[in-house]
Design a protein around this ligand. Structure first.
Ligand SMILES: [Zn+2]
Length: 287
């Protein structure tokens, strides 16, 4: 019996450690990038969650240290889903407040097959919102950033890319090598459109396995494509778990050139959130 009393605090300790591992990302410059040899990128391991700092190439790494005044830098989470996505639990009206609370300066709203949510938020806070859409094509998903209007889903990948470019938008390839997702862009489509891709998502917090991000990063470096990162948030909790720290920008072209020398930071989201989404989709009869 005394052993039972002695073990009582154990579940609480485990619960506390689990809760601690879920705390929102608040790097604010106190976690320096620690370069390691793998693919020339950096990783910091902390408890259950994985904190990652990625810098796309030695040139950008050098620039990071040249940017001494961090106050000039902004944090941009490049992959957010609001309630305009049928599988998101993040109310659109809460997003700006959530960003303020987490110190995230700007987010790309990339709801599934609609830019309506992003357009609505852009009217309220243009400096904090990049209007985007995560678009289903016939061979997997592609994100358009800096859009002015909706892009029709279920077109071919090439047609989708052309429609993004026609609006002056940027083509952003989300989670390209995550084998756990159904809507990853298929290899044949990637081979066809890769030269038109502006940004590759090299860190997505919802990727279950870290090697999906590593492979994406390797692909971006190999092809000389600019790297980006985002939380893929579908809940308030996830906002800001991955972001790029970059100089402020005033257009799509300016964003792309500054992103090329941004610092990429993020932390993996616990898999329970992927499962939560699966359950929510079943309950709502989606997919
Ligand atoms: Zn997404």
């Amino acid at each position: 019996m005394s052993l039972l009393y002695a073990l009582c605090p154990l579940p609480f300790s485990v619960f506390y450690l689990w809760l601690k591992s879920l705390r929102p990302l608040r790097l604010r410059g106190e976690h320096p990038a620690v370069p390691v040899s793998y693919l020339g990128h950096s990783q910091i391991f902390s408890g259950i969650a994985i904190e990652v700092s990625l810098i796309a190439g030695e040139k950008h790494q050098k620039l990071q240290y040249e940017l001494k005044d961090k106050k000039l830098m902004i944090k941009v989470d490049m992959h957010i889903h609001t309630s305009y996505s049928p599988d998101s639990l993040l109310p659109i009206d809460d997003l700006l407040r959530t960003c303020d609370g987490k110190g995230i300066d700007c987010v790309a709203v990339v709801d599934h097959d609609t830019a309506e949510g992003g357009l609505k938020l852009y009217e309220l806070a243009p400096s904090k919102i990049i209007v985007g859409e995560e678009i289903h094509t016939t061979l997997g998903e592609i994100i358009g950033l800096f859009l002015k209007e909706n892009i029709q889903p279920w077109l071919s990948p090439m047609e989708t890319v052309e429609r993004i470019k026609a609006q002056g938008g940027l083509v952003y390839l989300p989670h390209p090598f995550d084998g756990m997702r159904a809507a990853v862009l298929e290899r044949q489509a990637l081979d066809e459109i890769w030269e038109k891709i502006d940004i590759v998502e090299v860190f997505n917090s919802r990727n279950v396995f870290p090697w999906s991000n590593w492979k994406a990063s390797s692909f971006a470096v190999e092809k000389g494509i600019v790297s980006g990162a985002g939380s893929d948030a579908h809940t308030r909790f996830e906002v800001g778990r991955a972001y790029v720290m970059m100089e402020s920008f005033d257009s799509a072209a300016d964003f792309l050139s500054k992103l090329a020398r941004a610092e990429i930071r993020g932390r993996k989201t616990p898999v329970v959130f992927n499962l939560l989404n699966k359950v929510y989709k079943i309950v709502r009869g989606i997919g």
